[in-house]
Design a protein around this ligand. Structure first.
Ligand code: BES
Ligand code: MN
Ligand code: ZN
Length: 489
């Protein structure tokens, strides 16, 4: 899909469809259409009770007009600061246009639309177009929507559209990686994708293999990966700015290419979808690719701990005591609480680079999904200002986050161990928080740290807004949005 800014008079444009955006109860955008068409649209709207509610879409065929269809996308009250209703509105319209075989469409966001709205339109359109079909031979052509060739954004500016496109392409890249199953992307495979990406973008890449990790004392990652024939990897990507770097920041991702639970094996239903347990790592790779194009004045590091958690003769076991990279010892209560063990090593290793800020993303706990549901990620950290700036960024990207508390000293006792420094599971209650408290043990002194638990939001089992079934790439845009503001602070 080409996305192009235009100032052409919409009434003289003869494409396939137009998209108008309706704040609830305010039909005045229809004035941009000719009177005859506007009347037709208004009639259908009142007949079907379309008033502009959020996520509503009205489709009107306008055979007499210069375009064949008009789509009205509902924005709801649109009083919030977020452009997300626009993003979802264009997503629904683009999806409908694909079904209707409309190839050239024009979005009319109106003269008051901000650059953020224009970016959001590009994002929504490209995100909604995403599909993962590379393993399907012959889809039924009558069922398959056809891609849109051109989206014109009236009154848009190229810069905002390009920025939105970059964000969406990064998120879709993460989705593509996550959607690959464990038999296609194992730890070596993900490391290979990371280094190929780094080569293309001209950023630095270091991959650590088993032997090297053993020398370094990365026993957390090694233990988790020990039950699999597919040996683990540590990925380290670095973007160096052209000019002097103002600061160093790091993104860290959990990369379980498959999480069977290990010896504490998951029941079948819960094991399904665990190819998605590498989402944090895939997000980091996608973010680093975008960073190489955004070129901030920051030195940006991307780390991912990558392993496959399997039961097997070499597998780590409950009761094991592991000496981690930073020297702390971990008692294994449950081999299915593997993400925090992997991340413990990666966070400690990343801390050695002394970043000012470190943000990790992990599909860490089912408890987080239980607490917040499938549309909101949990955030945790040691710096209120960092959490606030991330929350602000999330308000703009529409990727919902909610902060959970880290100051419950009584709860912290749940990860105390009789025989080691910490135990890897604090039980069911407050499970997302005790997992975050475990991670905190591996964050270097003085580093501002934020943990994003994306279990629950990493993949979707329904189609909504700009998401489809499958990987969402949730978190990529918020990290980029946060970074852009941080770069300027
Ligand atoms: N990868 C899972 C968490 C998860 C669950 C992600 C559901 C996405 C959807 C993680 O490794 C895990 O298994 N966590 C356990 C921790 C428990 C054993 C303390 C969990 O959440 O049950
Ligand atoms: Mn697990
Ligand atoms: Zn896991």
């Amino acid at each position: 899909m080409r996305i192009v800014a235009t100032d052409r008079d919409p009434s003289l444009w003869s494409g396939d469809a137009m998209v108008l955006f309706i704040i609830e109860g305010k039909m005045d955008p229809l004035d941009q259409l000719g009177e005859e068409i506007a009347t037709l649209v208004k009639q259908k709207a009142s007949r079907l009770g379309f008033t502009g509610k959020e996520d509503g879409l009205l489709v009107v065929d306008t055979p007499g007009g210069t375009v064949g269809s008009v789509y009205l996308a509902g924005l709801g009250s649109a009083d919030g600061a977020t452009p997300d209703p626009w993003r979802r509105g264009i997503a629904l319209a683009v999806r409908q246009a694909g079904k209707d075989r409309n190839k050239r469409i024009m979005a009319l966001p109106g003269g008051a639309a901000t650059p953020e709205v224009h970016s959001a339109l590009a994002e929504g359109a490209l995100l909604s177009e995403y599909s993962f079909e590379r393993y399907k031979s012959g889809p039924d052509p009558s069922e398959k929507p056809e891609p849109i060739e051109e989206l014109l954004v009236h009154g848009g500016d190229e810069r905002s559209l390009a920025r939105g496109s970059l964000n969406a392409i990064a998120q879709n890249f993460a989705r593509d990686l996550v959607n690959e199953p464990g038999n296609v992307i194992n730890p070596a495979g993900l490391a290979e994708r990371a280094s190929a990406t780094a080569r293309e973008c001209g950023i630095e890449c270091n991959i650590f293999e088993e032997e090297k990790m053993r020398e370094m004392g990365m026993n957390g990652i090694l233990s988790v990966g020990a039950g699999s024939h597919n040996t683990p990897r540590l990925i380290h990507l670095v973007y160096h700015p052209v000019g002097p770097s103002r600061e160093r920041i790091a993104f860290v991702g959990k990369g379980l290419t498959f999480d069977s639970g290990g010896l504490n094996i998951k029941p079948g239903d819960s094991m399904r979808s665990m190819k998605g347990d590498k989402t944090g790592a895939c997000n980091v790779i996608a973010i680093m690719k975008a960073v190489s194009e955004l070129k901030p004045d920051l030195e940006v590091h991307g780390f991912a701990g990558v392993a496959e958690n399997m039961p097997g003769g070499g597998a780590y076991r409950p009761d094991d005591i592991i000496r981690m990279f930073n020297g702390k010892t971990v008692e294994v209560d449950n081999t299915d609480a593997e993400g925090r063990i992997v991340l413990g090593d990666v966070l400690a290793y990343a801390s050695r680079q002394e970043p000012a800020v470190m943000i990790d993303m992990a599909t860490l706990t089912g408890a987080c999904a239980v607490a917040l549901g499938p549309y909101t990620a949990g955030i945790f950290g040691n710096d209120a200002a960092l959490a606030a700036s991330f929350r602000d960024a999330s308000g703009r990207t529409g990727e919902r986050v909610w902060e959970l508390p880290m100051d419950d000293e009584r709860l912290k006792k749940k990860i105390r161990s009789e025989v080691a420094d910490v135990v890897n599971s604090g039980g069911r209650y407050g499970g997302a928080i005790t997992a975050a408290m475990f991670l905190r043990e591996f964050v270097g002194e003085g580093i501002k740290w934020l943990h994003v638990d994306i279990a629950g939001v990493d993949s979707s089992d329904e189609e909504y807004g700009y998401y489809r079934k499958g990987a969402t790439g949730f978190g990529v845009r918020t990290c980029l949005e946060w970074m852009e503001k941080y770069d300027k602070h």
